[in-house]
Design a protein around this ligand. Structure first.
Ligand code: ADP
Ligand code: ZN
Ligand code: ZN
Length: 854
């Protein structure tokens, strides 16, 4: 028997019914849906038409709203159900696997189901639905039609189906809509909604690329065709290039290109375009190089997995430049050869333009880029093209994890430790965890890549949940690239340092040592009477680099610059005894606050560790750094690359370009510059203070510091000139600083995981942060206190073991855009058992697996 009711998730904030506080947890997805969907009866004319995942229009109060069918039922929990009004498009907008993923997101991230569903629909979908009308040809026309009716019928007989919106204009009648309604009710016409075809074509350009190796033989054959020869040489050097660029740089015309195509030497393909601020400044190879032995070993594992059915997750651990991206490319090639699609997530499109370009160069014409800078129309079209299987590789930022690829084989997550993969609004999902869940549902593979894996990921890899693959050596780009740099900057051959051969048969790649890192103890500087923010070593280092006409990057962590209190003699930082996180100095009250448990302590005059009186709060900012640098090095040209202070995106890119073009000598930055970008003249990277990141009141402070320092070190010494890193700190023996300076992830991990175990932080238990936001601070405190009470009661009632409630306390970033924030942290084995079903109400933000506790 046909089901009578459709369960629809409706695009509204209204919940079907208030969930009672301590109702047992829903055990099946169906039960969970029941709490978040509405039942509608299926009218006879739609029986046989309705399908799972369709976009529908339903009556809701006095309105008509869109919704998606998530299931069917033969009974309804309410006595009176309304009818489904119409099906917006017969092709489902969600597949059953997407519905499963949306349910998981809603449950795991404690978010409304509709919000999870909306993640998977293209933006602007609502506006893209249109009503089509057509003639029911198999029925005889009634006799009594008016001239108006006849005009409509005649037009439809001529033109087939027509959009209702266009019909009036075509027929030239004003009351066309009423005429159509009459005819539909008499079965002369049919009428249905459907989604518009992808409208705008993606912007493309013609790109030329070589089809074969440029052997002396080939070149010889072109000796009488100077223009053609110039073009193939240009393509050989630069990789696939837009034809407009080829004409401009290498000469020739359309005819020259056609001649080369006819000879089978090159091909010209349509390729999607996007703006790449670093185009042409980085070297991109378009053909797969021979893998090194390390790469080969990793690749064999992935390859054999791709041959098998079922999900599997790989953690590819390798320093920057160790050849991870080359492995992603190889894996995608295999996936495409199997007729499947792949998704590649990168943390930030703007900072990874070269990575994107490498993929596009390897798979010309097959790549779609999804990111937030695209217009709504472009994103809608991208979504359509992916769903219809017209695209094989999707590259994008976190939301691309939802790309509706019909037969997904692989998801790659580059820089998997990056927190930009976490969405900071409801649903607060993490793209990596969604990818892994999606892979389990769809049976595909995931590759997580990082030089500094998230401690949780590494733990899982060591426990065997993920397969760990290592690339221990850094490949110094391409030999050809190196030669190019040397010529460009006129670097003597003798200055090549730290370079090792890969092996006899590898003529393309060379290994390169990681740069040495010098840790400078700022306590010793003070003892020696140096009160400057530049240690003697850093000052000398900068002076040396500048006199050799090389470049310097000075790095300062943006966050936490002026908050913690530290002894200048022994480096002791005041911490909360209960929470083991740094206390924050509040100048207004003149006291110290723990932003986890709200404990306040008066500021002491002497260091509790060594008795020194030189204990005070720490302060340093980029402006100060710039001023001091100018004073010390009046000749040097300085740029500041600081997201907060530079006006707009373009200014930002111009600053970077100036630095790349060697128009500036020193760059002071608060964030790391683009991945994969070669800055051959940068021979010194100075970290002004490792402490600012280290002493943030957050359990991830150590991990972040390690990641940051390692990343910084990865930017130095990527050139024939070699390079070094200087890290200044008051805590030179801290394990994060130590391990980073040795490029030693394992040692860092061993200590960090012990700290997590002791404090029961992830991976030893879940973490959910509850934040109440309001412009009245007292109300924040009252609400947070009441929530703690509610949760304590529920814990007692249900007997939930092994959960800590920490707080409430004002958050470290206690006021953002004039609204106060108080938070409360639930920590322990199964926070969901406590939190599911709790009615938080407005003002609350529920953050499962928060990026930080700041
Ligand atoms: P990662 O993604 O780990 O930073 P990449 O894959 O970008 O590393 O590799 C670093 C550099 O080495 C790139 O310029 C890349 O083209 C080059 N490279 C990687 N593997 C090889 C190889 N097997 N032979 C030659 N060059 C290689
Ligand atoms: Zn001290
Ligand atoms: Zn505390």
């Amino acid at each position: 028997m046909a089901m009578q009711y459709a369960r629809v998730v409706v695009n509204t904030r209204v919940q079907p019914r208030k969930i009672v506080d301590d109702e047992p947890r829903a055990e099946t997805p169906d039960e969970a849906h029941a709490a978040m969907t509405f039942h509608y009866s299926i009218p006879p004319e739609l029986q046989g038409e309705v399908r799972l995942g369709q976009l529908v229009v339903v009556p809701f109060g006095s309105r008509r709203l869109q919704g998606v069918i998530l299931g069917f039922d033969d009974r309804s929990p309410v006595d009176e159900t309304k009818n489904l009004l119409e099906i917006a498009d017969s092709t489902p907008v969600l597949s059953s696997t997407q519905i499963e993923l949306a349910s998981w997101i809603s449950r795991y991230y404690l978010a409304p189901l509709i919000d999870a569903v909306l993640l998977m629909l293209p933006p602007g979908l609502a506006r893209r639905s249109r009503v089509m009308v057509g003639l029911n040809r198999d029925l005889p026309l009634p006799e009594d039609l008016t001239p108006g009716h006849r005009a409509v019928v005649d037009l439809l007989r001529r033109e087939g189906e027509v959009a209702l919106a266009a019909l009036g204009r075509k027929v030239g009648l004003k009351d066309c809509a009423r005429l159509v309604e009459d005819l539909v009710s008499r079965d002369v016409l049919w009428k249905r909604s459907q989604l518009a075809e992808a409208g705008v074509k993606p912007r493309t350009e013609r790109v030329a690329r070589l089809k074969m190796e440029l052997t002396p033989h080939v070149l010889d054959a072109l000796r009488r065709a100077a223009r053609q020869k110039a073009i193939v040489e240009y393509l050989n050097e630069r990789g696939p290039s837009p034809v407009s660029e080829v004409y401009a740089e290498a000469g020739g015309s359309n005819a020259t290109l056609r001649a080369l195509v006819d000879k089978g030497l090159i091909e010209v393909v349509e390729q999607e375009v996007w703006r790449d601020p670093l185009q042409g400044r980085t070297f991109v190879t378009s053909s797969a190089p021979k893998l090194t032995e390390d790469q080969e070993a990793a690749w064999r594992e992935i390859e054999s997995s791709l041959c098998k059915k079922g999900p599997e997750v790989f953690l590819l651990h390798g320093v920057t430049g160790s050849g991870k991206t080359e492995i992603y490319l190889r894996a995608l090639e295999e996936v495409l050869a199997r007729g499947q699609q792949g998704i590649v997530l990168v943390p930030e499109i703007a900072l990874t333009a070269q990575t994107v370009r490498r993929f596009a160069a390897r798979f010309p014409g097959h790549v779609a880029v999804l990111h937030s800078k695209l217009s709504v129309g472009e994103r809608y079209d991208g979504w359509r093209r992916i769903r219809d299987g017209l695209v094989d590789v999707v590259i994008g930022s976190r939301s691309a994890v939802f790309a509706p690829a019909p037969d997904l084989g692989l998801i790659v997550i580059d820089e998997e430790h990056e927190w930009s993969y976490k969405q900071e609004r409801t649903p607060r999902y993490h793209a990596r965890d969604v990818a892994i869940r999606r892979a389990e549902i769809e049976g595909c593979k995931v590759i997580l890549g990082s030089a500094t894996p998230d401690v949780v990921s590494y733990y899982r890899a060591l426990r065997g949940r993920y397969k760990l693959l290592r690339l221990p050596q850094r490949i110094m780009g391409h030999r050809r690239r190196l030669e190019e740099q040397r010529a460009q900057h006129r670097i003597d051959e003798g200055r090549f340092t730290g370079i090792k051969e890969v092996g006899a048969e590898y003529d393309e790649a060379i290994y390169m040592d990681l740069p040495p890192v010098q840790v400078v103890d700022l306590r010793q500087e003070l003892k020696a009477g140096n009160r400057s923010i530049f240690s003697r070593a850093l000052r000398e280092g900068v002076a040396d680099a500048l006199s050799a006409e090389e470049q310097v990057i000075l790095f300062l962590n943006r966050r936490g610059a002026t908050t913690f209190v530290m002894c200048r003699d022994c480096g002791h930082v005041l911490k909360c005894k209960r929470c083991d996180v740094s206390l924050t100095y509040h100048s207004a009250q003149g006291d110290l606050v723990c932003h986890h448990c709200n404990r306040r302590t008066p500021l002491s005059d002497v260091c509790p560790s060594c008795g020194s009186e030189r204990i005070k709060h720490f302060g340093i900012g980029t402006q100060k750094v710039e001023a001091v640098t100018r004073e010390l090095f009046p000749e040097a040209k300085i740029v500041r690359w600081d997201r907060d202070t530079t006006g707009g995106k373009m200014a930002h890119e111009r600053i970077l370009e100036r630095f790349i073009d060697h128009e500036a000598h020193v760059m002071i930055g608060t964030q790391m510059i683009a991945k994969g970008l070669d800055l051959p003249l940068v021979t010194l990277v100075g970290v002004l203070s490792a402490d600012t990141a280290l002493h943030l009141p957050d359990f991830r402070a150590g991990e972040r510091t390690f990641q940051l320092l390692t990343q910084v070190a990865g930017r130095a010494g990527r050139s024939p000139l070699g390079g070094k890193v200087i890290v200044q700190t008051y805590a030179p023996s801290n394990y994060c600083v130590q391990a980073a300076s040795q490029h030693d992830y394992e040692t860092f991990y061993a200590q960090e995981i012990e700290f997590r175990r002791q404090q029961r932080y992830p991976p030893f238990g879940g973490l959910v942060r509850l934040i109440y936001v309001h412009h009245d601070e007292q109300r924040c405190e009252a609400k947070a206190t009441k929530m703690r009470q509610t949760l304590e009661n529920k814990m007692a009632r249900l007997g939930i073991p092994e959960l800590d409630l920490v707080g409430p306390a004002p958050a470290f970033l206690s006021r953002i855009r004039n609204r106060y924030r108080w938070h409360l942290v639930v920590r322990g084995r199964e926070p969901h058992a406590l939190l599911e079903g709790v009615d938080f109400g407005p003002g609350w933000r529920v953050d499962v697996d928060p990026a930080s506790l700041l």
